[in-house]
Design a binder for this molecule. Sequence first.
Ligand SMILES: Cc1cc2nc3c(=O)[nH]c(=O)nc-3n(C[C@H](O)[C@H](O)[C@H](O)COP(=O)(O)OP(=O)(O)OC[C@H]3O[C@@H](n4cnc5c(N)ncnc54)[C@H](O)[C@@H]3O)c2cc1C
Length: 395
Amino acid sequence: MNFDFTEEQELLRKTARDFVDREIMPYIGEWDAKGYFNKHLIKRLAEVGFMGVCIPERYGGSGMDYNSLAIVCEELERGDTAFRTAVSVHTGLNSMTLLQWGSNLQKQKYLTPQAKGEKIGAFGLTEPGAGSDVAALQTTAKLDGDHYVLNGQKTWISLCDTADHFLIFAYTDKSKKHNGISAFIVERTYEGFSSKATKGKLGIRAGNTGEIFFDEMKVPKENLLGKEGDGFKIAMAALDNGRFTVAAGACGQIMACLEASVEYCHERKTFGKEIGKHQLVQQMIAKMEAGLQMSRLLVYRAGEMKNKGARNTRETSLAKWQACDFANKAADDAVQIHGAYGYSNEYPVERYLRNSKAPVIYEGTREIHTIMQAEYVLGYRKDKPLTHSLPPWKK
Ligand SMILES: Cc1cc2nc3c(=O)[nH]c(=O)nc-3n(C[C@H](O)[C@H](O)[C@H](O)COP(=O)(O)OP(=O)(O)OC[C@H]3O[C@@H](n4cnc5c(N)ncnc54)[C@H](O)[C@@H]3O)c2cc1C
C-alpha cells in the first residue's frame, strides 16, 4: 500500500493550512467564546473547493480522491472542530450519499449546487429517543398522492439553522423495523419545516447544532432517495463516509494539541528547566505523537480502500474509534501540560478538550465502535457486499 502523498495533495495540504491560519486561527477564540457560527466561512470554504472535495467535476466538485478529503479535514480541525464538522455533514454524510444513491435528477437538482457550495446539506438521523438505536426513531412519512407527509423531530443536527437541504430518515412502514425506514431529501423552504439551535453546548461552540421539526410537511415523491425501505442501508453507507472525515479531523485535533504543547514545553520553566525536559511531560508528548501517527495510518488505509471501491465499514469504524479516542486523550494531556493556564481560554487547549468530546459521541459512540470491532473479530458481524458502488471520485 502506498502512503506517499502526490504533489497535488501536498499542495492541497498547504492551501488548507494557509486557509486555516488566515481565516480561522485569528478569530476562532472569539467565535468560540461568543458561540458564533460564521456561516460566511462556509462560502469561503466553497470558493477554495473544500465543500466538494471528492465529488466528481461533472457534478461541480473538485474531483479529488478520498485521502485528499482526509487532508482537508485534518487541516480544518487543526483550526476548529466546527468547520470540519460542517464538511463532514455537508460532504461526507449528505453529498456523497446523494452521489451514491441519488437519481440523475436528484444529482442535478441537489448534488451539483451542494458540491459547488451554493447550497448547504445536512443529515438528520438522530431523534430525542433514537441515537445509537436508529430503529427507535419516531418520525413518519406517509404517502399521499404525489407527495409524502412527514411528521416528527430530529435533534443534535449539525448545521440545523444553516443548511438548505437535509437528508431525513423516517418510517414509511414501522412494522418492517429497519427495513421500513426510508430516506428523503428535504428543503428548508418546505412548509411545516422549522429549526432551533441548541444552547449551552460543552464544545463546538463556533458551530451550529440543534433541532429540526416537521409538522405535516409535504415532500415531493421524487425526493425519496433510493427505494422505500432503503433508509437504514443509506444511513449506514453515509456513516461510512462521515466517520472517515471525523477520523481524519481527529488527526488535525492531535496536531493542534501537539503544536500548542510543544510551544508551551519550550516556554514554561519549572525547577530550573523547560518543562519539556521533564520525562513525565515527554511521555505525554510522545503519546500524542504516537496517537497521531497510528490514527493517520488507519485513516489513510481506509481512504485507500475507498479509492479502490472496497467495502471499508470495519476499517473506517476502527479509524474513527481510535483517532477520536487519541484526540480526546491528546487534548486532556495538552491541558495537563499547560497546568492552570490550560484551564483558561488564554490558551486554545481548553477549547480542544471541549471540542474533542463530541467526536467520541457522534457518528457512532466509542461503545458502538468497540462493539462493532469485537463482533467483527468474533465473527458475529459480517459485512454484506455493497448494493450500490462507492461514490466514484474520479473526474
Ligand atoms: C455536536 C454533535 C453534533 C451532532 N450532529 C449530528 C447530525 O448532524 N446528525 C445526526 O443525525 N446526529 C447528530 N448528532 C447525534 C449523534 O450522532 C448521537 O448523539 C449519537 O449517535 C449517540 O446517540 P445518543 O446521544 O442518543 O446516545 P445513546 O444512544 O442514548 O447512548 C447513551 C450511552 O449509552 C451507550 N450505549 C448505547 N447503546 C449501547 C449498547 N448497545 N452497548 C453499550 N453501550 C451503549 C452509548 O455509547 C452512550 O454512552 C450529533 C451529536 C453531537 C454531540
